[in-house]
Design a protein around this ligand. Sequence first.
Ligand SMILES: [Zn+2]
Length: 411
Amino acid sequence: MTYRIDAELLIPGRGEPIPHASLVWQGKTILYAGPRSSLPDLFQDIAGLQTVPVVMPGMWDCHIHFLGATAASMDALPRTPQAMAGARSVPDLLATLLAGFTSVREVGGYGCELAPVVAEGRIRGPTIYSAHSAISMTAGHGDVHGMPLDSLRELCSSGLPLTLADGVPECLRAVRKQLRAGAKVIKVCASGGVVSAIDDPQHQEFSLEELKAIVEEAGRARRIVAAHCHGKAGILNALHAGCKTIEHGSFLDDECVALMREKGAILVATRSVIESSLAMRHLFSPHSFQKLLALADAHRDSYARAVAGGVTIALGTDQFLSSPDPNLGYGRNGRELEYAVAAGLTPLQAIEAATANGPLTVGDQAPQSGRLQAGFDADFIALLKNPLVDISVLSDTANISHIWREGRRLK
Ligand SMILES: [Zn+2]
């Protein structure tokens, strides 16, 4: 079957918006996206035609986690049975999809196990490109510091999506373990973090030699590496090792921005998690909350510096908290576009960062996604209002009238 919708405005993801446009697709693939006046004769008479105010690509959240966690602490992970995490993830995936996000890059969590269930059509959710575990050094951001190390290692080898690695041979094995679990991207913790207990966001984690081994091993399987990093030392180390995306990037100075441009690296700033965490102090340990306060303002400045410096931006929220409270839980992803505009992108650039730039963060694993163009995946959303006039249109799911993923209408 071939389908077509007409739109008063088509935002293609990359390039200029097209007024009075048509979009035609068959199965999972777009056949035509362009002005109605140039529509090929073949597509003139299609039954069930609808007209919508705005159509744009389904968005990508390039930094999200599906862990079923109910606290902002690494301890929450081993304390959450895996079946419970999976069950909580079912509504979380639906909320993410209904926010207009048809693809996610899941950088640590149960995404490798959840992806096939979405693909089977058993549950509604975005297409998931998962890293499986974040790879961390012992005592790093991906370690659960309060737990006996041997018990943790045992849980890690029975499905808990955390992986500790120390030294080059273990780093190689850690990458291979993620590939074996179905990872589409490799995630590494290159600096300390906020929700982990004792490590410092300013500290570099992993040596250059270890990170290079991870990047090279990932590269042999045509996977790119996403590096969690806040402090400058970790950012520079990740860039020198060849990590393709910098996650958070809280302390980017001019030297970091210049190196990001030189390396062609992408920033996934995850402003949402900073903003929403500041409002949920009760879910953090006092020490973790102090770490958050120490980087929140620097993070805002770094994001603006990267935008002004011409760094490629892709959007991610770092949503990790499973909660029935709509102000804490999944489905608020569209706000990340408001933060992108606050950091200096135009609304059109923010949409590009949330659509066409998304697939860049998984390299070869999703080459034909995030754009409305012939040959690309038929993932798109229809809106009642124009987000180029007011970007906050995308923060309110009531403005999203329809969602199609792989050519199938899911809303
Ligand atoms: Zn994260």
